[in-house]
Write a protein that binds this ligand. Sequence first.
Ligand SMILES: [Zn+2]
Length: 494
Amino acid sequence: MEKSESGQVASELEEVVKSLPSDAVNHLFSLGLCVRCIFRVFGVEATTVYAAASPSLSHSIFPSIVAQQHQPTDDKQLCTLCLGILQFRFHRNDNNNNNDVPLLISQMVKREGYHCDSFSLEVSIPPIILHNDNYLRSYMKIKYGSQPWFQDTCISTKDALKFSLLDPLQNLLECKSSVGSLRIRLTYTASKEADKFSDNADTSKRRKTDECNLVGQKSISSSLESESSDCCKFLLEMANEPCHFTYLCCRTPIYFGGRYLKYSRNVSQTRWIIDDERMGEASVEEIIGGNILQVCQADSFKFHAAGREDIDVRMLGPGRPFLVEVQNARQVPSELFVKNIEKKINTMENKLVRVKNLKLVGSHGWDLMREGEAEKQKQYAALVWISRPLTDEDFQHVSSVKDLKVLQRTPIRVLHRRSPLEREKIIHWMKIETIAGSSQYFLLHLCTQAGTYIKEFVHGDLGRTHPSVGSMFGCRAEILQLDVTDIKMECFLT
Ligand SMILES: [Zn+2]
């Protein structure tokens, strides 16, 4: 912190201290409140003041109080209102004696290897703290409600803790707090005893409210009166155990989108294991996701593609859109680095898979993906064999097809996992490409409605698909190889 800046904070602190009614401040100190709690009870909103009001400085912050009857709550005494949360006093499971909360957090972020360009702070505090606040507020209202300075604007312990931590954390982590993907989560839990107390307080409060409702308005103030005298007793009895404190850091999922091409007939889209045996030599999911995972130093990833193709079908043309959801990434790669991941995948020796347009997309990626999943049309290239030589009529027959309706009963090969149904699909167009020196082998290019079973459309599936290439030609037809060459989507991801 710059010297002039710290001087400014000091004078701001002085101003705030001066503005508070000293008799009330004195009384609150006598109830065992810490300096930050005193600030928040009076609704002080300046974040710098909270950050500057280090728990060990209470004597110097309120010098006028020291001379009086009550010593301000210092490090040795636990604050009766926040139970030590704003004093950075707590129990922890490790033996570390360091109580500098901002330092502890920044050390954790660095130790875990997080690249940090912004962070958000989430705080969870036990219900007893809220009870304490409510009791003190009603007490203040009764005792000081008629004073000209009185305002019922208590800052919550949660907000005061954030005020106390944000500035030092921003300095230590060298970045701003915002709604970023890096989340720092602080969790305070009360001791069992305190929890029990807050449960009791709950029931007694309910009982009192019921009584009030029965006997009318007049008794409300007397009930509050007794509640408020309970308050001091309540606060003082409670303040012997600091809360348990745990803190952790994680990154919300980040998403990579792009399109993939699959050049192998022995690579599945997702990892495919049957009875401990891997099907195919690799998977698109592992090749792409694994490379991204490594660069992001993340915990895990989920691969999601818009539609799928069989393991023995290549994915060519412009490729198939996919999304990789990366969990708890330590590093968020720059645009340049993302291009490097793409390059790395595309220069792999085995050349099984290639990616295009790999980029970081926002969390709306899933929505885009779901919309994009509605495949409309797909184009294929099929290597077909027929049981007799091709004729001119076959060419004419094939090229005359326009939006041909085909009825497909669920194919025999998938009957074990799909329910038996009859679906109508459309073959938009077909074209034959001959193979030099061969009359019984040819390439069939076809464009169909998404979801058409292409293999069955060629061989007929024992009459379960009708018409089929076999039935149109009046001979046996077999499909030897199949490639997806284009997918038309409702909505494009990239
Ligand atoms: Zn406090």
